[in-house]
Design a protein around this ligand. Structure first.
Ligand code: PLP
Length: 368
């Protein structure tokens, strides 16, 4: 087995590179999961997550599992068989959410747009008014296409019919505005390996009071042990009386707590601007090399840029060369966009012009 010790530059759809500070946190001595010192870390982690999500929701914490566990957590707790669900689908992750709701037995309505296009707000509002969903799900940053979905005015439409608005913030959180409370979002999940710049392994989630009231009105028990919100809360919230539910991934929680400190010290606005600037620079520089943006300017997901490839470009060979010769990873297209685009992630500490220059130098070194 090859043990990799040299750091690669991770410019794909995630994970991204992690700072020395987060790596050091990951390597701290092990604590017991009910040790008061760890409980303090967990409280700090929850507080910092509230800061990054911009929410006052008490139920804000990291689910043990990757981003998909966060998605599944929202669906198993807040969707029951027969519930009406509307999901915006314009890429892999909206499709995953809709399929999961179907597995639970919900009546699912998919509102679709072409891959690379945002879902029009008036179409989404019309679908909400027509179907009156109990659960309305959207992907804020569609990592398969590089689209950042606006959510303006949607919460009001969903709430008018008594529904819950759920947002996948895996690629947007800490890279672009999410603003849970200001936008009236009831439920959200993220992942640690994107703009939070932490290894993969946890799914930060937040649950509003409205959503918790809806949970209390469920007709059937939550069909999961591991992801049952009430069971998890008794474990991570019960001050003085925490009851064992599962063994929290201690080192990951410690690392995430440190990564969140980095985000909050920088400031969310400054971080969003840094991601925007790096993406603009990347797009302009690759434009000079024949790559064109897939997504219209106002709809671009800054942490993940999708670029159409120049005519006749051997994308597999060049990606391989970048990785093998330069230790730089960039992402390929998925589904209908396979072989047509590159997905270049400038997430967390990688959202800097120097990193783009590093990629360009490597790219140009093989161009005749
Ligand atoms: N949602 C989005 C938008 C994603 O980009 C991802 C992962 O890339 C996920 C959900 C699933 O997260 P994970 O792969 O960490 O399970």
């Amino acid at each position: 087995m090859k043990i990799v010790t040299d750091e690669k530059r991770l410019l794909g759809p995630g994970p991204c590179n992690v700072s020395e500070r987060v790596r050091a946190a990951l390597a701290r001595p092990m604590l017991g999961h009910l040790d008061p010192d760890f409980l303090e870390v967990m409280e700090t982690c929850k507080d910092r997550l509230r800061g990054v999500f911009r929410t006052r929701n008490a139920a804000t914490f990291p689910v043990s599992g990757t981003g998909s566990a966060g998605m599944e957590f929202l669906l198993v707790n807040f969707v029951e068989p027969g519930d009406r669900v509307v999901v915006g689908v314009n890429g892999v992750f909206g499709s995953r959410m809709a399929n999961l709701a179907e597995k639970i037995g919900a009546e699912v309505h998919r509102i679709t747009a072409a891959w690379g296009e945002a879902l029009p707000l008036d179409g989404l509002k019309a679908a909400i008014d027509e179907h009156k969903p109990k659960f309305f799900g959207l992907v804020n940053g569609e990592t398969s296409t590089g689209v950042y979905q606006s959510v303006d005015g949607l919460a009001e439409a969903v709430h008018a019919h008594g529904g819950l608005f759920a947002l996948d913030c895996v690629t947007s959180l800490a890279g672009m505005p999410v603003e849970i409370d200001a936008r009236g979002i009831d439920l959200a999940f993220s992942g640690t390996q994107k703009c939070l710049a932490c290894p993969p392994g946890l799914a930060p989630v937040t649950v509003s009071e409205r959503a918790r009231e809806a949970l209390a009105r469920r007709l059937r028990p939550v069909p999961s042990f591991y992801l049952d919100l009430n069971e998890i809360l008794a474990y991570i919230n019960g001050s003085g009386g925490r009851s064992y539910h599962h063994t929290a991934p201690i080192s990951m929680v410690v690392a995430l707590t440190e990564a969140l400190a980095e985000v909050l010290e920088e400031g969310l606005e400054a971080r969003w601007e840094r991601h925007a600037e790096a993406a603009r620079y990347l797009t302009a520089q690759f434009g000079k090399r024949g790559f064109t943006p897939l997504v219209a300017e106002g709809d671009r997901l800054h942490p993940l840029t999708t670029l159409r490839l120049p005519e006749g470009f051997d994308e597999t060979a060049v990606r391989k060369r970048l990785l093998v010769e330069h230790g730089i990873e960039v992402g390929a297209g998925l589904g209908p966009l396979a072989g047509k685009i590159w997905r270049i992630g400038l997430m967390g500490h990688n959202a800097r012009p120097e990193v783009v220059d590093e990629l360009l130098a490597a790219f140009d070194s093989g161009t005749p």
